[in-house]
Design a protein around this ligand. Structure first.
Ligand SMILES: Cc1cc2nc3c(=O)[nH]c(=O)nc-3n(C[C@H](O)[C@H](O)[C@H](O)COP(=O)(O)O)c2cc1C
Length: 375
């Protein structure tokens, strides 16, 4: 199946509620406890959500995660996502740019991505390719992809769980990719963000990429859109791949977002870290920022509300999200993101067990994450 058609199929499947991790990891998020302050010591009107990302001032610490582009039918979605990013002054990612390569740089296909830059002029726009594209693309072609759309950074996604269940997936994830990646990072003039797509980054992976100079990570943990399930459903009924995918997704394969954030921050205290994967309300966002993320990313709910309720629906979703984040900050007595980062956090037994089993000291982590990067 060609890449653009697959993207349309992915979007249709992503709107189904059964492709989301069960309970949106409610149990893990409940285990991140912020302390209620009966005298917050601040006025609500003083709360300031601004931050800096990729050299731009953002009005709120939010990234519309990579989702779409590549087929003329999808241009309108990107147009609306870009409008949203520009209106709220938040960052935005493009969907995988592979369809541009596969269409031999067809101007109509390019336009479905370029429209984002033309609308979202004052916020960071992030390009996107999968790491396996490094098997087939020379550095020059990657540079061309980025120049065409004038992006501020390139996100390279690692998606082995998706590819292995995808009927037409690429199964070659050998370490040769790390060498190619290392060559690329030396040549590119813009930052590279290493991201997962919904099964989480582990400390081993963050360590490998940090060692070759990567300073930006997007954890995309296993709490939101479940790509194993999406791909399993694309396989024919009764096929082995479908059964393997359904079993893995029943077992909730992947690293839950809060854990993936802790693993990443533990290894890379100086990196810029986006927490995404089921971070679908502003209260979860506040918890993850307090736990060490610089930004939070949201994909599926924005797309779903946009498709089902139009631009005004998506707008309302973002407004509510900001209100939830601000309210949580108010009740903890944090008037800025930096203040939120140093507020006390209590972690419940399952998170503690998980991270201690990975050799992370809870006390040391909480001290380290307080001092970690935030603009
Ligand atoms: C419809 C859809 C398409 C996506 N396409 C891409 C993509 O092309 N490249 C990528 O890196 N991630 C892609 N993602 C993954 C998101 O960027 C994000 O990492 C992941 O969905 C977790 O966010 P969520 O739980 O808020 O959906 C896509 C997600 C959705 C919902």
């Amino acid at each position: 199946m060609d890449n653009a058609k697959r993207k349309i199929e992915h979007i249709e499947l992503c709107l189904r509620n059964d492709v989301v991790f069960e309970n949106n990891c409610e149990d893990y998020f409940e285990e991140i406890i912020l302390i209620h302050q009966a005298l917050p010591g601040i006025n609500y009107s003083d709360i300031d959500l601004t931050t800096r990302f990729l050299g731009c001032d953002l009005r709120a610490p939010i990234l519309i995660e990579a989702m779409t582009g590549g087929h003329p039918k999808l241009k309108n979605i990107n147009e609306n996502l870009a409008k949203l990013a520009e209106e709220f002054k938040i960052a935005i990612g493009l969907g995988s740019q592979k369809p541009i390569v596969k269409s031999n740089f067809d101007p109509e296909v390019i336009e479905t991505y370029k429209v984002v830059r033309s609308i979202a002029q004052s916020v960071p726009v992030i390009g996107n390719i999968g790491i396996t594209l490094l098997h087939e693309l020379e550095i020059n072609s990657i540079m061309k992809l980025l120049e065409l759309v004038e992006v501020d950074a390139l996100a390279i996604h690692l998606n082995p769980a998706q590819e292995i269940i995808q009927p037409e997936g690429d199964h070659n994830f050998g370490n040769i990719l790390l060498n190619k990646f290392s060559d690329l990072i030396k040549e590119l003039k813009i930052p590279i963000i290493v991201k997962e797509v919904g099964h989480g980054l582990s400390m081993e992976v963050v360590k490998s990429f940090r060692a070759i100079g990567v300073k930006f990570f997007d954890v995309a943990g296993a709490c939101g859109t479940n790509w194993i399930k999406v791909e399993a459903l694309r396989n024919p009924e009764n096929s082995v791949k479908r059964d393997v995918g359904l079993l893995l997704s029943k077992m909730k394969w992947g690293i839950p977002t809060p854990i993936s954030l802790i693993e990443s921050r533990w290894i890379a205290p100086d990196a810029y870290i986006v927490a995404s994967g089921g971070v679908w309300n502003g209260i979860y966002a506040a918890k993850l920022i307090a736990l060490g993320s610089d930004l939070v990313g949201v994909a599926r709910p924005i797309l779903k509300t946009l498709i089902e309720h139009g631009y005004s629906g998506a707008r309302k979703y973002v407004e509510k999200y900001l209100e939830e984040l601000k309210t949580t900050m108010f009740l903890t007595g944090a008037s800025t993101l930096r203040e939120l980062r140093v507020k006390p956090v209590i972690l419940g037994p399952n998170i503690r067990y998980y991270i201690e089993s990975r050799g992370i000291s809870v006390r040391e982590y909480l001290d380290k994450s307080r001092c970690a990067h935030i603009d």
